[in-house]
Design a protein around this ligand. Structure first.
Ligand SMILES: NC(=O)c1ccc[n+]([C@@H]2O[C@H](COP(=O)([O-])OP(=O)(O)OC[C@H]3O[C@@H](n4cnc5c(N)ncnc54)[C@H](O)[C@@H]3O)[C@@H](O)[C@H]2O)c1
Length: 294
């Protein structure tokens, strides 16, 4: 089910093997007991794209906060590795193979999760791709535009189509859709299909939030800034190149996947109970900065 043609944002500390990486182990070993008093105790969550990156970190964190976590990804082996890691500290997880561009797959995923865990309260529509051939509007091939919009927009729409009724059946909950900082500011490095797709995620999240506001379902978008990913670090392979990027980020560093997971946890939990239709920007200050050369 894995599409090797898609450019992927792999985080550089992802575990290649089942179980927790050394870095993750430290984070979750220390707080083993919090599952009993966690912020998501008794909740069931689906996280798409949870085989790696932000999704994997969110799966670990949500499980750690007491949720039953359905770890969904088209790379089933990667999803299973995340579940191994969840189980290593006693969390409850289930791997689901799903291609979010297929309505049938997404419907089956929601049904399976409801059947296994008895309901659904949190849906994190996080799976996304950025294609290596994505470029200026003049050059980007139709196939790239179609593929990107299919995963990044239709994937979120299908998640909401089947997730909203399921969450209603469970008495309400929270949906988080992953957009990007490029949905709110123009990127000088062209990636038109990706940017258009993330703008669509923001717009559809707002509308769905308004439509479903009275039925106990909150919908919010998460807008990450540039993260310390394998892809980005490979691309910025000299100190000088990295510096040129970092100049735009007031905090002077790239974000980490786990920092996005923590923001997603806030949106998933009752801590954000009066928040819907919002875009939570987690970008080290990037979108607030008016940058001048030194
Ligand atoms: N990494 C960044 O710098 C960054 C910045 C802004 C936004 N984002 C967004 O964050 C989200 C997660 O990115 P990440 O950095 O964790 O990426 P990642 O590549 O590490 O993880 C994405 C996961 O989604 C899965 N996936 C892709 N297409 C799928 C499909 N059709 N069906 C099911 N699963 C699919 C992949 O297998 C992968 O495991 C994406 O929506 C991305 O656009 C990332």
């Amino acid at each position: 089910m894995h599409d090797p043609s898609a450019r992927s944002f792999q985080t550089i500390n992802d575990s290649e093997h089942g179980g927790l990486s050394a870095e993750e182990g430290k984070e979750y070993e220390d707080y083993r007991s919090s599952m009993e008093i966690g912020r998501l105790r008794g909740k069931t969550a689906i996280i798409t794209g949870a085989g790696s990156g932000i999704g994997r970190q969110a799966a670990l964190l949500f499980a750690h906060e007491g949720a039953n976590v359905a770890v969904a990804d088209w790379n089933f082996a990667a999803a299973a590795r995340t579940v191994d890691a969840v189980k290593e500290f006693g969390g409850k997880g289930m791997a689901v193979g799903v291609n979010v561009t297929s309505a049938n797959d997404v419907e089956a995923m929601v049904n399976k999760v409801e059947k296994t865990f008895g309901g659904l309260h949190i849906l994190f529509n996080n799976a996304g791709i950025m294609d290596s051939e994505d470029d200026d509007v003049i050059n980007t091939p139709d196939a790239v535009i179609d593929r990107t919009l299919d995963v990044n927009v239709k994937g979120v729409i299908y998640g909401c189509r089947y997730g909203i009724p399921a969450i209603k059946r469970s008495g309400g909950g929270s949906i988080i859709n992953t957009a990007s900082f490029v949905a709110i500011m123009g990127a000088a490095t062209p990636q038109i299909a990706y940017t258009a797709s993330k703008g669509a995620v923001l717009a559809l999240t707002r509308e769905l939030a308004v439509v479903h506001a009275k039925s106990g379902i909150r919908l919010n978008a998460l807008c990450p800034g540039p993260l310390r990913t394998e892809l980005l670090m490979k691309f910025l392979d000299t100190e000088e190149k990295r510096h040129r990027r970092l100049v735009h980020i007031p905090m002077g560093r790239f974000g980490e996947a786990v920092e996005m997971a923590k923001a997603a946890l806030f949106l998933a939990s009752d801590d954000s109970s009066f928040m819907t239709g919002a875009s939570l920007v987690i970008d080290g200050g990037l979108t607030s900065a008016y940058v001048t050369p030194e």
